[in-house]
Design a protein around this ligand. Structure first.
Ligand SMILES: *Cc1c(COP(=O)(O)O)cnc(C)c1O
Length: 354
């Protein structure tokens, strides 16, 4: 086994994504997908792009999409980088900005892809423990380091770090790149994009997978100082010139043009989130304050694993990790009101049946 594998490949422990059931009978609250369809403008743009032009390679520089993103976020196209999902953009950030001899920092409870990327590129890292309420402590990020990655809002906790704290981290680390992963920022959090022109060490990474309902299209992007974007292009063009296909480029542009749709669906999800959170609190759950499209919950009397299995028996998938500190928590994606009603009913049975 693994006879022909490289030494690096033998050492890898890959990221494990949440289950994608082949049949659709489950209420799927396990991978933070959006319960609402993509904008009709996105779908129309994809249909229009599905034509004989697929013979031709797409624009390797993704110029048109970067222009639209620049206009959306008040930046120049040269401050915008796009990739095949933000996972790819993050992977390229790890390669472009961090060196093996200077350890990078990220929280101990965060997106579990970060340590995987670090191992893949032979980087060393220190995991900074969140405090007992899962808040990101500031001081450890103000010490000497080789770079910082912070998900804001954090995953899987949903907690938000203030812009003021992000600024402190940026100011304390003028010689290191600070990557702020804003996968969930559109669900009510404050973006660090407005700091880009003031801090040349800031990279903001976002995705169209969550708030724009396009997880299946694979489009992510990074925003930052031109020189940082140039580094990402340098690494990407040493790896794959055509990371976004024509359908993805068209669909992403269509979605970005429909700002009203983003606002409306995001508001619905935020309302559903707050209703679900207050219901679960009445059932005795501890629910962390979430600025994202998911809730991170724990019950004092019923172990999370038991709830996970009980929900699954009732046709509902949520996410659970057998990991230190969070093994008694579940992460529940916010779905439609009907889906969350089913979740709340199932939780009531599981908790009150005890
Ligand atoms: C979902 C997620 C991503 C990845 O999203 P893509 O689908 O690859 O764009 C990145 N970071 C965090 C924290 C996420 O939750």
């Amino acid at each position: 086994m693994k006879k022909y594998w490289s030494a690096r490949a033998r050492e890898l422990t890959p990221y494990v994504p949440g289950e994608q059931p082949r049949n659709r009978k489950f209420i799927k609250l396990n991978t933070n997908e959006n319960p609402y369809p993509p904008s009709p403008m996105a779908l129309a743009a994809i249909r229009e792009a599905a034509c004989d032009i697929l013979r031709l390679y797409p624009d390797p520089e993704c110029t048109s999409l970067r222009e639209v993103l620049g206009a959306t976020y008040g930046l120049k196209p040269s401050q915008v980088f796009v990739g095949n999902g933000s996972d790819e953009v993050l992977a390229l950030c790890f390669q472009a900005f961090f060196d093996p001899d200077r350890p990078i920092l990220f929280p101990d409870v965060t997106y579990s892809f970060y340590p995987v990327f670090a191992d893949l590129y032979g980087l060393t890292y220190r995991e900074v423990p969140l405090d007992e309420n899962f808040a990101v402590p500031l001081e450890p990020f103000l010490e000497e380091n080789g770079g910082i990655v912070i998900a804001n809002p954090n995953a899987p906790t949903g907690r938000e770090l203030s812009l003021c704290d992000i600024r402190s981290v940026l100011e304390a680390n003028p010689d290191a790149v600070v990557v702020v992963d804003e996968a969930y920022v559109d669900f009510g959090a404050r973006s660090a994009v407005e700091l880009i022109d003031r801090y040349p060490n800031l990279v903001v990474v976002q995705t169209m997978s969550k708030s724009r309902s396009l997880a299946g299209l694979r489009v992510g992007f990074a925003l930052g100082n031109e020189d940082l974007i140039a580094a990402l292009n340098c690494v990407k063009n040493s790896f794959n010139s055509y990371t976004l296909d024509r359908l993805a480029l068209a669909g992403a542009e269509g979605a970005l043009r429909d700002r009203d749709y983003l606002r409306a669906t995001s508001m619905k999800i935020q309302n559903t989130r707050e209703c679900t959170a207050s219901y679960l609190k009445k059932l005795g759950f501890m629910v962390t304050d979430s600025s994202a499209n998911f809730l991170f919950v724990s019950h004092p009397n019923v172990p999370a694993k038991e709830l996970l299995d009980g929900l699954r028996q009732r046709g509902i998938l949520v996410r659970w990790w057998d990991k230190p500190r969070i093994s008694n928590y579940l992460r529940i994606t916010v779905g439609t009101d009907e889906e969350m009603k089913a979740l709340c009913d199932a939780m009531t049975e599981l908790v009150e049946g005890k």
